[in-house]
Design a protein around this ligand. Structure first.
Ligand code: ZN
Length: 214
């Protein structure tokens, strides 16, 4: 597993299993958060790297697909910490309904294990540590304001420094997914950090072209 420093507070852990698989560790004032947990075989190592940097305070998920929640059990077997994902994803992860675009329901976590981030009165998701969650359809992305890094999970892939659409096989509604990239215009991050690809710097320079695909 490769450990890359994305920014002063954010580390990306990269593995390969047919394609690049990543998870993130985000340092806070008094501990660390893990964002996504990769495949099952990545869980132990993610926890080890996280604990080198501080006390684990919680786990945040961008969405419920198995390549993002696979390592969860291995981590929770050792550390009991809260796990957060958007409320809309929980029914799919618990196997109550199939993920959009899939035929069969798949139970990936026991009921009650994963909780939604708190919401303010206006419905916006409250910060978890220094990360601001933003919900896009089928996804949560996490923005670190100080480092200006957008942890984007599967919202994009990339090629040679260019933002590319998410993997079609794992994307229920491609038009909606591309439209969700508008969040980059709103937040203007310095870096978009990508699960199944290399990170992209200064994404504002290419976001209009990206959005013009639809
Ligand atoms: Zn993925």
């Amino acid at each position: 597993m490769k450990v890359l420093k994305v920014s002063p507070h954010i580390y990306k852990l990269e593995s390969w299993f047919l394609l690049k698989m990543s998870a993130w560790i985000v340092r806070d004032d008094d501990g660390v958060y893990i964002v996504d947990t990769g495949m099952e075989f990545m869980g132990k190592r993610i926890l080890k790297e996280a604990e080198k940097l501080g006390k684990l305070k919680g786990i945040l998920l961008t969405h419920g697909h198995s390549d993002h929640v696979g390592g969860l059990k291995k981590i929770l077997d050792v550390k009991k910490v809260p796990v957060y994902v958007h409320k809309h994803e929980i029914k799919y992860m618990e196997g109550k309904e199939p993920f959009p675009g899939r035929k069969k329901a798949q139970s990936l976590v026991p009921p009650g294990l994963v909780q939604p981030p708190e919401e303010s009165d206006g419905g916006a998701l409250k910060n978890i540590g220094n990360l601001i969650p933003f919900h896009t359809p089928g996804h949560v992305v996490y923005y670190h304001e100080k480092d200006r890094v957008l942890i984007s999970g599967d919202l994009f892939t990339s090629k040679k420094g260019q933002l590319k659409p998410p993997i079609a096989m794992f994307t229920a509604n491609m038009e909606e997914a591309i439209e969700s990239a508008r969040i980059v215009k709103q937040l203007n991050p310095h870096i978009v950090s990508i699960c199944h690809g290399d990170d992209v710097e200064e994404p504002h320079k290419q976001i209009d072209k990206y959005l013009a695909q639809i």
